[in-house]
Ligand binder design. Structure first.
Ligand SMILES: Nc1nc2c(ncn2[C@@H]2O[C@H](COP(=O)(O)OP(=O)(O)O)[C@@H](O)[C@H]2O)c(=O)[nH]1
Ligand SMILES: [Mg+2]
Length: 426
């Protein structure tokens, strides 16, 4: 099975900054607070698009970045939320955190979507901080940073159409001709994923994956040789394109060949037995092929037969169009029978941690780091609020317990503070 894989860095948008502002009225030197909140930053959302078959369309994107929310303004004007980014992927795409290898989401169902990188919330404007006790706060928050992470997308490509048939009937030739037809014929486009697998894209936007499934030998259904793997692959296709050498070259017998392979399919199980089958009558350029085809049709009057010749490059267009048409009538097979949709979220359980480096205390943790990033330290009241929360979270007590002394330095991300600095210790 072919695995399509790529890595992308996701940067969700930060929230817009809150605004610090006061109402201005005639004859009133300073009115009440009226700074609005910032808007939410763009989240990055992955969504299943049934028409996609591979990750090719995403392969040129290395970074996906969401916009920042709009900043809040005076007169209680809220900033607009940024528009979320939707990334379409094929069904069956698994999203991993590239650093930890943890599964973030397994996108299986059609139209299913999941937020993989959340946009930051907008910072609150000073109006939002007004309380009975502090009616005119002179501070506001910056927007919350958006989530950033690198993800690895993985898709196990399943073939919609499997080419089956006896050895040397022309399966590999069909795949190679279809792929080579790209520059000549505009009626479809073929992207080779591996030597025996490719995506056929039609101008209508329909696409399907076609695979050459070699290796069917007699006795496959009893597990002889390579054959059993072949049957497993065939199980996962929607249509079997059964290639027959109508030229009967090298002593082949079209009717017997057909019966032999049908026997193998029918012995394997009901699903294979009942799978849609189209006959590609190949080598129609060879002498005797027309006569052989006539006999074949008489013997099996109910089969859908398409005449082709790889040698003369005839009939392949019809084969492609017929397959595309037939695929529309076949419901999507459930990709993973027993694996239901699952979403794992990994979050820090500890609110913060403290490490010591000489006289510097290094504090880390999502909550305190986010608070720091959202604080406008140039506004005294904002800096004070930070100090209060720092204390409220119990970090100050914990530092003391660990032996921190007033005047020591405390580092959070790349900010440095003086521990128990009088100015903020209120
Ligand atoms: N005359 C003729 N020969 C063909 C045609 N298609 C394939 N062949 C030949 O049949 C042989 C076997 O083809 P191949 O694609 O390898 O068969 P596979 O074993 O089914 O993959 C090769 O020598 C091809 O050139 C065709 O339409 N006409
Ligand atoms: Mg071959």
């Amino acid at each position: 099975m072919f695995v399509d894989e790529l890595t992308i860095k996701l940067m969700a948008g930060a929230g817009g900054d809150g605004c610090t502002s006061f109402r201005r009225e005639k004859y009133v030197p300073m009115g009440g607070p009226d700074g609005g909140n910032g808007g939410r930053g763009a989240s990055i959302i992955f969504k299943v698009d049934a028409s996609l078959k591979t990750l090719i369309d995403l392969s040129y994107r290395k970074i996906i970045k969401g916009n920042k929310g709009e900043n809040g303004k005076g007169s209680n004007k809220y900033g607009k939320n940024a528009e979320d980014i939707i990334i379409n992927v094929p069904a069956g795409t698994t999203i991993y955190n590239a650093e930890t290898n943890e599964v973030i989401a397994d996108l299986v169902e059609y139209n299913e979507e999941v937020v993989v990188a959340r946009g930051g919330r907008g910072g609150k404007g000073n109006k939002s901080f007004a309380t009975h006790d502090i009616p005119a706060p002179k501070f506001s928050e910056k927007g919350e940073p958006g989530e950033e992470l690198t993800v690895r997308l993985e898709l196990k490509v399943l073939a919609d159409v499997g080419l089956i048939g006896m050895p040397s009937v022309g399966k590999s030739t069909i795949i190679s001709l279809i792929s080579a037809a790209k520059p000549k014929i505009a009626s479809y486009h073929f992207t080779t994923l591996s030597p025996n697998l490719g995506v056929v894209k039609l101008p209508s936007g329909d696409a399907f994956v076609m695979a050459d499934l070699p290796g069917l030998i007699e006795g496959a259904s009893e597990g002889v040789g390579l054959g059993i793997n072949f049957l497993r692959h065939a199980m996962r296709t929607k249509i079997l394109a059964h290639v027959i050498d109508m030229g009967a070259s090298e002593g082949r017998d079209p009717i017997l060949d057909y019966q032999t392979i049908r026997g193998e399919l029918e012995n394997y199980n009901e699903i294979l037995k009942n799978k849609k089958e189209i006959i590609a009558a190949n080598k129609m350029d060879l002498p005797g092929s027309i006569e052989n085809l006539k006999k074949f049709k008489e013997k099996f009057p109910n089969l859908e037969v398409i005449e082709i010749s790889c040698m003369n490059n005839t009939g392949l267009d019809t084969l492609i169009m017929t397959l595309a048409q037939e695929l529309k009538n076949i419901p999507e097979v459930k990709l993973y029978q027993d694996a239901d949709y699952k979403l794992y979220k990994f979050e820090d359980t500890k609110p913060y941690s403290i490490k010591r480096d000489g006289n510097i205390w290094i504090v880390s943790g999502k909550e305190i780091e986010t608070l720091l990033k959202m604080t406008k330290f140039e506004e005294d009241e904002g800096a004070l609020r930070f100090a209060r929360k720092f204390k409220g979270m119990g970090i100050e007590d914990e530092l003391e317990r660990l032996g921190a002394k007033p005047g020591d330095e405390v580092q959070i991300l790349d900010y440095m503070f003086i521990f128990k600095d009088d100015e903020y210790d209120k």
